[in-house]
Design a protein around this ligand. Structure first.
Ligand code: PGA
Length: 248
């Protein structure tokens, strides 16, 4: 499985970051999973460049939609690549809330692909309704994001399904196993339409939104997900270890 630790802006000092990186590196010796750490940009710069591990990788939490130049403050994909990142989270709901439109997300995906960063595209509805409108919402997000990419680039994108109503809460508020199974199937169906040939069979689909030690095993069970995008539970070393070990 692929476990992505989205540190968001929770980690502010080197001491804590160092501890979390060490925990990740220790964990990959005991479990079969790949761990991807997504620290705030300056901290990624400190740790990713010297990373020798093949099972711990680093992700940008976002990349600039620009290609560089006179753009003060922009963190461009090539700089992340140079700093040692190999993945990039794109379209997280917190970035969408800060103004990223479908168009901007599509640009960011292109920027990441051009630098060989593997994009982790976040999609997810704000709320559930009885008529299944959340399904067409997710379909539209996926279609808008992927339409600007070449077939080859589309095939590299990892999709993280993150329903907004489940983010930043507790295990009880997260999605249930049955609903997750349905959503993973649905996303695979949409990907099969958007990707060439049979390439979507290899696409990874992750779930994110209040994944904690109490629910990760059930969610992994038979839902068909390929991994998780974990926020608050990824920045406490003990909770994160517990969580990863639940999947062992
Ligand atoms: P959470 O965040 O695990 O704190 O719900 C997940 C995310 O927003 O990526």
């Amino acid at each position: 499985m692929l476990i992505v630790a989205n540190w968001k802006a929770y980690v502010e000092d080197l001491k804590k970051a160092k501890k979390l990186v060490a925990v990740g590196k220790r964990l990959v010796h005991t479990v079969k999973h790949t761990i991807v750490l997504a620290p705030p940009a300056p901290l990624l710069g400190v740790f990713a460049a010297n990373n020798k591990s093949r099972k711990v990788a680093f992700a940008a939490q976002d990349v600039s939609a620009t290609t560089g130049g006179a753009r003060t403050g922009e963190a461009i994909a090539s700089a992340y690549r140079a700093a040692g990142a190999s993945y990039a989270i794109i379209g997280h709901s917190e970035r969408r809330a800060a103004g990223d439109t479908d168009e901007v997300i599509s640009e960011k995906l292109s920027r990441a692909c051009a630098q060989d960063l593997i994009p982790i595209l976040c999609v997810g509805e704000k709320e559930r309704d009885g008529e299944g409108r959340y399904l067409s919402f997710v379909r539209e997000e996926l279609t808008a994001a992927l339409s600007g990419l070449t077939p080859k680039e589309r095939a590299r994108v990892i999709v993280a399904y993150e329903p907004l109503w489940a983010i930043g809460k507790t295990a009880e508020a997260a999605i249930g196993e049955g609903d997750l199974t349905e959503m993973v199937l649905y996303i695979r169906k949409v990907l099969a339409e958007l990707l060439p040939g049979k390439s979507s069979a290899r696409s990874l689909v992750l779930y994110g939104g209040s994944v904690e030690p109490a629910n990760i095993r059930d969610l992994a069970g038979s839902s068909g997900v390929d991994g998780f995008l974990i926020g608050h539970a990824s920045v406490d070393p003990e909770i994160f270890s517990l969580l990863v070990k639940q999947l062992a």
